[in-house]
Design a protein around this ligand. Structure first.
Ligand code: SF4
Length: 746
C-alpha cells in the first residue's frame, strides 16, 4: 500500500499550521459537527445509514470507496459530502399528495424540496393541471410510449445526472435511447469534464486519468490547477497529508488563493486535527483564464533552461518542433499579460517542475469550464509530455471528477458520440452493433447533441421529448429563464428521480411524468461505479426500507423499451438484474473486462492497471501529441470585472449549507480583491449589483485573495448572468462573464 511511503520524511512540525489546537482561531470546516448532524438527520433510520456507510461504495465524489475504505490508504475514508448525501438514501417516502398542487412548492428552495422525502409513486401532469396526479406504472409507461411512437428520434433528448447512478443504469439508458432511435444522449459530464475527455482522447488516445491516487504519495511534485478538493473531494486532503509526509511538494495554480489548499485540519488524523497541516508549498495567482499563457511561459523557460525530457520527446511524441517554434515566437509580454503573473513567477514554477523527476498534474473545472476548456487541457498535456511525466509511477494526468457517476457514465456510452468507450458512434460501428453478438439492432450513427445543445435545440422548438434521470437544468445551466422557455417547448418531459426538483414543477407544454427511482443501494443485484482512477467498484444492494413503488434505475427505461417494441425488446433487453447487464458490458466494452465477476463488497477492477501508457500511447501511432494551441483572447471591457463561479458546501447544485466552511462566506457573497474594493469605494459587507446584458445579480462584498480584476460568486446562484450560448467546442458552457459592479445603495 502507498501508506508505506508515509513513514515520516520531513519534519512533522514544519507542516503544522498553528499550536492552537483544532485551529479554533481560524475559519475551516467543522467535520465533527458534520458527523453529529448526520446522526441527527438520519436518526429515524440509523441502522440502514450505517450499513450504507459500512458496505456501500460512496455515491458522492469520484474518489471511490468500498464501505469506508479505499485502495490508497489503510485509514478510514469518510467525509461530510457522503454524510450529507446519506439522507437522500435513508429518508422515508414523501406524502405524494403534496405534488397534487404545485403552486406552494414552487416557492421552496431545492433543499426544502428534497426534504419532502423520496418520490414513491409515478405521477403525471398535463398542461393546465394544478399539479400531478397519481397513476400506475402501467399508465405512466403507456403514455410515454404513446408519445415516443410518434416522435421523430431526432427530436428526442435523453439526459442522466452523475449523482449516484451506476454503470449498469447508464448502460441501460443509453441502449434504450438508441433502441428508440436517438443519439441525443448525455450525462452531466458534459458540464464538467467533457473538455478533459476530448483533449486527452486527441492527445494521448485515452480520456481517463493516467495514474492512480496512490501515485500522489511519493511523487516529487503535485500540481493542482483550477481545483478545490477541500470542498469537492475532501478525502484527497488526507492523501495530501500523506504525500507531504513522504516529501511531496505541492504547487497550486489558481485565480483565488484557496485557503483549503493552504492549510487544513484533517479530522481523522490526530496530528493534523490538532495542529493543522500546511499543504501548498507555492501558489501561482493567475488571471481567470490565464492557464494557457501561464503554461506556455513555463514551457518557454523549460526550453531555455533545457529542463526537458528529450529522450521521451523523441521516442514517444510527435509535434514537438511545431510547438517549440510557436513558443519561441511568443513574446513574454503577451504571456505575462495573459497569465497575470510575471516571467519570474513562471520561472519559479518551471524550476520546481523541471527538476522534479515525478510530477502529477491534477485539474478540475477551473480549467474546463471555459470556452477554450479543451485547449486548457491540451496545455497541461503539453507540459507533462515535455517532461516525460506520463506512464511512470508517480507521474500522470488527472482530471479529478466531482461525482461518482461521471467517469463511468461516458464510458458506458451515455454520451452522443459513442456506444461504449471502445466504440465511437459511426456507420461502421453501428453495423457492428447490429450483429446479434453485440446489440442486435442498428443504433443511430448521426451526430447527437450534448446536454447544453439539447436545451438550445429545445429553445428553437426542435426537441419534443426530454427524458431526465436526475439533474436539474434549471439550476445547472446558464440563463435559467432560457431553460424555462426551452422547457415550455417540450411536449413531454420525463423526470426519473429520487426526490422533487424545481424543474419538475415547471408547467409542461403538454405532459410531464414523474417516475420514482431507487438509489444505487436499493438496486437489485447492486451496481458498479468507476472512480477517477479507473477503478470499477462494486456496491452491493443494502438491506433496508424501499420507498413505495420506486423501481431500479436501470429497469425504468427498459420497461419503456419492452412496451415500445415487445418482440424485439425481449431479445435485446433480456436482463433480469444488474448482474446480467454486467455480463453484457463485459462483451461490448472490452476495456471493462472483469466487470462480470464483480458481485460482492470489495470487488473491483482497475482497467489499465495503476499507470496507463507505460510504453506507448493509445493513439493510432502510439505517440503522444503536442498541440500548438492559440492563446485565448479574453477582452474584458474597461470598467468591467471577469466574474467566475465557485462551489461552497454543496454537491453539484445541491447546496448543503448557506456558509462556505472554508472561508466563512454566505451564498450571496461576491469575493473581491481589496485593491478593487478600495478603487470602487466599497468595503466588506457592502451590497452590490453585478450586471451585464443578461441581467443583474445582487450580493455582498467579501474581501478575499481573488485575482484583482476578477470576482468570484457562488454557483448556481449567479447563473442568470452567465451567457448560455458560449460553449467550448465539446459543448461545456463557459461559466464566466464580464460584469459591471455598482453599489446597491446608490
Ligand atoms: S471524498 Fe468523495 S468518495 Fe470519499 S467519502 Fe467524500 S464524497 Fe465519498
Amino acid at each position: 500500500m502507498a501508506d508505506e511511503h508515509a513513514s515520516g520524511k520531513g519534519s512533522a512540525q514544519r507542516n503544522w499550521v498553528s499550536l492552537i489546537p483544532f485551529g479554533l482561531h481560524q475559519q475551516h470546516p467543522n467535520n465533527y459537527k458534520d458527523i453529529l448532524d448526520a446522526v441527527w438527520e438520519n436518526r429515524d433510520n440509523l441502522g440502514y445509514a450505517y450499513r450504507i456507510l459500512r458496505d456501500g461504495c460512496c455515491d458522492g465524489c469520484s474518489l471511490g470507496t468500498t464501505g469506508m475504505h479505499d485502495w490508497t490508504m489503510k485509514d478510514l475514508h469518510l467525509c461530510w459530502v457522503r454524510l450529507q448525501l446519506l439522507r437522500l438514501n435513508t429518508m422515508p417516502a414523501m406524502n405524494w399528495r403534496r405534488l397534487e398542487e404545485v403552486a406552494p412548492l414552487r416557492s421552496m428552495k431545492g433543499k426544502a424540496l428534497r426534504k419532502l422525502g423520496r418520490l414513491c409513486v409515478p405521477m403525471i401532469r398535463h398542461r393546465g393541471d394544478r399539479g400531478f396526479r397519481r397513476v400506475s406504472w402501467e399508465e405512466a409507461i403507456r403514455l410515454i410510449v404513446q408519445r415516443l411512437r410518434v416522435t421523430d428520434p431526432h427530436r428526442l433528448g435523453w439526459f442522466l445526472t452523475a449523482r449516484g447512478i451506476t454503470n449498469e443504469a447508464y448502460y441501460a439508458h443509453q441502449k434504450v435511447a438508441r433502441f428508440i432511435g436517438t443519439n441525443h444522449i448525455d450525462t452531466s459530464a458534459r458540464i464538467c469534464h467533457a473538455p478533459s475527455t476530448a483533449a486527452l482522447k486527441e492527445t494521448i488516445g485515452c480520456s481517463a486519468t493516467t495514474c492512480s491516487y496512490r501515485d500522489w504519495i511519493g511523487a516529487d511534485l503535485l500540481v493542482f490547477v483550477g481545483a478545490n478538493p477541500a470542498n469537492n473531494q475532501p478525502v484527497t486532503l488526507k492523501y495530501l497529508y500523506k504525500a507531504k509526509k513522504a516529501g511531496t511538494k505541492i504547487l497550486v495554480v489558481n485565480p483565488f488563493v484557496e485557503p483549503g489548499m493552504e492549510r487544513y485540519w484533517i479530522p481523522s488524523v490526530a496530528e493534523s486535527a490538532l495542529f493543522g497541516t500546511k499543504l501548498a508549498d507555492d501558489f501561482f495567482h493567475i488571471h481567470v483564464g490565464g492557464d494557457i499563457p501561464f503554461f506556455y511561459g513555463v514551457l518557454k523557460h523549460l526550453i531555455e533552461q533545457d529542463w526537458l525530457d528529450r529522450n521521451f520527446i523523441i521516442a514517444r511524441t510527435v509535434g514537438w518542433e511545431d510547438l517549440q517554434s510557436k513558443i519561441r515566437d511568443l513574446p513574454w509580454e503577451n504571456l505575462e499579460r495573459g497569465a497575470g503573473v510575471t516571467r519570474n513567477d513562471m520561472y519559479r514554477f518551471a524550476q520546481t517542475f523541471g527538476k522534479a523527476r515525478h510530477a502529477i498534474i491534477v485539474w478540475s473545472m477551473g480549467i474546463t469550464q471555459h470556452r477554450y476548456g479543451t485547449d486548457n487541457v491540451k496545455a497541461i498535456v503539453n507540459l507533462q509530455l515535455a517532461r516525460g511525466n506520463v506512464g511512470r509511477p508517480h507521474t500522470g494526468l488527472m482530471p479529478i471528477r466531482g461525482h461518482s457517476g461521471v467517469q463511468g457514465g461516458a464510458e458506458m456510452g451515455a454520451m452522443p458520440s459513442a456506444y461504449s468507450m471502445d466504440y465511437p458512434a459511426s456507420d461502421q460501428n453501428a453495423a457492428l452493433f447490429a450483429m446479434p453478438e453485440f446489440w442486435g439492432f442498428h443504433p443511430p450513427s448521426w451526430k447527437g447533441l450534448g446536454a447544453s445543445h439539447m436545451i438550445l435545440a429545445a429553445e428553437r422548438g426542435e426537441i419534443d421529448v426530454l427524458w431526465q434521470s436526475g439533474g436539474n437544468f434549471l439550476e445547472t445551466l446558464p440563463e435559467p429563464d432560457r431553460v424555462r422557455q426551452a422547457f415550455g417547448n417540450i411536449s413531454l418531459r420525463v423526470h426519473q428521480d429520487i426526490v422533487v426538483s424545481s424543474a419538475m414543477l415547471e408547467e409542461p407544454a403538454d405532459l410531464a411524468v414523474l417516475l420514482p427511482s431507487r438509489t444505487r443501494y436499493e438496486q437489485h443485484g447492486g451496481g458498479t461505479e468507476t472512480s477517477t482512477e479507473r477503478r470499477i467498484i462494486y456496491s452491493p444492494e443494502i438491506p433496508g426500507p424501499r420507498p413505495g413503488e420506486a423501481r431500479d434505475e436501470w429497469e425504468i427505461p427498459v420497461m419503456v423499451a419492452r412496451r415500445f417494441d415487445p418482440e424485439q425488446a425481449a431479445k435485446i433487453f433480456p436482463w433480469r438484474d444488474t448482474h446480467d447487464i454486467r455480463h453484457e458490458i463485459e462483451r461490448v466494452c472490452p476495456t471493462y473486462r472483469g466487470i462480470a465477476v464483480l458481485y460482492k463488497k470489495g470487488d473491483q477492477v482497475q482497467y489499465g492497471g495503476l499507470n496507463l501508457m507505460t510504453d506507448r500511447f493509445e493513439t493510432p501511432d502510439g505517440k503522444g501529441r503536442f498541440t500548438p494551441i492559440d492563446l485565448p483572447e479574453e477582452t474584458i471591457p474597461k470598467g468591467r470585472f471577469f466574474l467566475t463561479t465557485r462551489r461552497g458546501k454543496q454537491f453539484n447544485s445541491m447546496v448543503g449549507a448557506e456558509i462556505d466552511p472554508l472561508i466563512g462566506a454566505a451564498r450571496d457573497s461576491v469575493l473581491m480583491a481589496s485593491e478593487d474594493a478600495t478603487r470602487l469605494k466599497l468595503g466588506a459587507g457592502d451590497s452590490v449589483i453585478l450586471r451585464n446584458e443578461l441581467g443583474e445579480y445582487r450580493g455582498r462584498i467579501v474581501l478575499e485573495r481573488v485575482k484583482p480584476g476578477s470576482v468570484q460568486v457562488y454557483w448556481p446562484e449567479a447563473n442568470n448572468i452567465i451567457p448560455a450560448g458560449r460553449l467550448d467546442p465539446c459543448g461545456i458552457p463557459d461559466y464566466n462573464a464580464a460584469v459591471e459592479i455598482v453599489s446597491a445603495s446608490g
